[in-house]
Design a protein around this ligand. Sequence first.
Ligand code: H79
Length: 676
Amino acid sequence: MRILLLMLIVAACLVSYARSAPPDDQRMEWWREARFGMFIHWGLYSVPAGEWNGQTGHGEWIRTTAQIPLEQYDQLLERFNPVEFDADAWVKMAKDAGMKYIVITSKHHDGFALFDSKVSDFDVMATPFQRDIMAELAAACEREGIVMCWYHSIMDWHHPDYLPRRTWETNRPVGDADFERFVEYLHAQVTELLTNYGPIGIMWFDGEWEATWNHDRGQALYDLCRRLQPDVIVNNRVDVGRGGMAGFSDDGYAGDYGTPEQEVPATGLPGVDWETCMTMNTHWGWNQNDTNWKSTQELIRLLVDIASKGGNFLLNIGPRADGTFPPQSVTRLQEIGNWMKLNGESIYGTTASPFDALPWGRCTMRTGKETSTLYLHVFDWPKDGVLLVPGLGSPIRSARLLSDNDRPLAWERGDSDVRITLPPLAPDARCSVIALEVEGTPVVYEAPTIEAISSQFVDSAEVSLSTRSKLEVRFTTDGSEVGPDSAVYRAPIRVTSSGVVKAQSFDRGRAVSAVTSRAFEKVLPWPSRSVPARAGLLELTYRGDWNKLPDFSALTPTGSRLVAEFGLPAGFKEESVGLVQRGVLRIDEPGMYQFMLTSDDGARLYIDGRLVLDNDGLHSPVAVTGVAPLNSGGHDIRVEWFNKSGGVALELKMTRAGGALAPIDPARLTHEEDRP
Ligand code: H79
C-alpha cells in the first residue's frame, strides 16, 4: 500500500513537471534556428577601458588582474554615465548583422548589476546614469523581434557573503561571511531578471568554477530559472560539469547546452547543443589599446565553420563607456550583415555537414523528406572553375549560387562525385555559397581513412584502411588510380618502399566515395653514438616564473643531481621551477620509435639535438605523441620541463613502432658528464 502511494506521488510529480516544462526539442527550437547571437560585455570595467596604473592589458577582469581594492573600484560608479546609450540602435545593429539574440552582462564577476536591482546598491541606479539599461534593451528587443538573454556571473568579487576572497585581498577579512546568504542574493537577482523584463531566452551563467559552487547549488539555480520561466534555456555553466574551456559537460549535470569559449570544437557532437562564444579582438570588455581585430572574413568563416559543425556562434561586443559600440565592431557587424542578407538561408536552421571534410570549405544542410539542400560554402574558389563534391550519392535537382542572387549553375554527376561548373571569379572571396538541392535525405559515401603510426618508416610501415560504413574498400600502393579491379582491403598492408597509398569505397563494384591518399617515405635512421657506462640521467634544476619553456642553456641551474629515469619524484609539487633531464638512450634494433610526453605545465623532448615532441605552454596534464627513426646504439636524449603553478606532471613513454607505450627502462639510460 505504501509503495503504491509512493508510486502515485512520483507519477503525479512527473505529470506536473511535464506540464510545466515543454519537451526540450520544442524549448530549444528557436535557439537551433537562430545560429547567430550577440554577446555584450559592459559594466564598470568599460570606464578604465583596459588601463590601470599604466598597464594596458586589462579587460572585464580588471578588478582582479590589476588587484584593485574594493573602495577604489567602487569609485568607478561615479564615472559610469553612458549618455550616448541608445537601446534601439544597439538592437538594430545586432539585427542588421543577422543576429537573432542578445546575451548581455546583467552582472559580471565584479558584481556590478546593469539593472535596477532591489537587492543591491551596487547597480546602475547608483551611477549618475540611473536608468535601467536592461529594461530599455528588453523593450527594444521586443520591438525588433530579437530574443533578450542575460549573462549572469555566479562568481562575485563584491558581495560580502561571496567566498572565497581573492588571495591578494588581504584587507577584506572574511568575517561572518555566509555563502548561503550569497546564494539567496543570487537567487533574488535571478528572480528579478526573470520576472521584470518579459520573456528571457537564455540564462547564461559563468564563474561557476570556484570551490564554493557545487552540483546541488547548480541544480537548484537551474530549477529556479525553469520554475520562473518554463521555456528559458540555461547554459551548462549553471552547474559544475564543464571540463575546461572546451566547454562540454558530462552527463548528470544541469544545463541545456555546451559553451566552448574562444574555440571551435574540431568536430561537432551529434545530438549535443553547443555555442561557441568569441571576442572580435582579444578582450570581452572594452580595451582601447587592443587593436588585434579579427577580419570580417575570419568572422564570416568562423560562423560558417561553427554552423557546419552544428553549433551556434555568440560573437562579442565590448561597448565603450559612453554607450557606443567601437567603430571597428560596427563595421564588422555591417559587413557580416551584408553577407547574411544574401547567404543567411545557408546558416539559419541548418544542421551539421554530412561530409567528413571538404578541401575547399564547409557545408551546412537543411534536410527534408522530399528534397534536401546542401549549402556548399566555398572558401577556396577552384581555379579550373569546377567544384568537386565528393562521395555524394543523392540524385541532384538543382544548383544555384546564393551569393550571386540565386544564379543557376550547371552540374554533372561523375562516378563518385558531383561537378558543379562555377563562374571564373568568386562572387565573394570571403565565402561564396552554392545551394545544391538533392532528392530525399542526402546520401554521402565516406572515404576510407589511411592510418599508420607515422608517414615515415625505417624498414616497413603497417597501414590500415578504415571506414565507419560497411562499404568495400579498394586500394593501390604504387600511386596508380584506384579502380574496380584494384585489390580489396581485408587486413593491414605492409608498405616497404616510398610511395603513395590510395583508397576508395566501392558499392557493388562502383566507386562511390572520394579517393583518399597518403604518401609514405622510407627514411634512414638517425645515426647513433657510443653508449657511456654511467647509469642514470643528469638532472638540472632552474628557478623562474615562466609561461613557456625558457632557453635553459642561457640560465644558471640552482641545483643538479643524478636520477634513474625521466619524470618527477612522488609527491613533487614545486612551483616556479624548471628541470632539464638528459643522458643517452640505448637502442638495440634500428627502427621507428614512438614517444609520448605528458606534462603539466610545458615540456619538450629532444633526441640527437632534434625537437621530437613539443608540449610547451601553460596547461593541465596534456599528452603529445610522435616518432623518431633511430639506429642501434646510443642517442642523446633530453627532456625540458617547467611548472608555473598548480598541478604537476611529467612522464615519458616509448615503444618500438606498433608496440605498447611504456616508461623507458632505466637500464637503457646512461650519461656521460661528470657527476655534478
Ligand atoms: O565573460 C568572459 C570572461 O570574462 C569569462 N567568460 C567569458 C565569457 C571568463 N572567466 N574566466 N575565464 C573566462 C577564463 C579565465 C581566464 C583567466 Fe585571466 C586567466 C583569468 C585569469 C587568468 C583572462 C586573462 C582573464 C584575465 C586574464
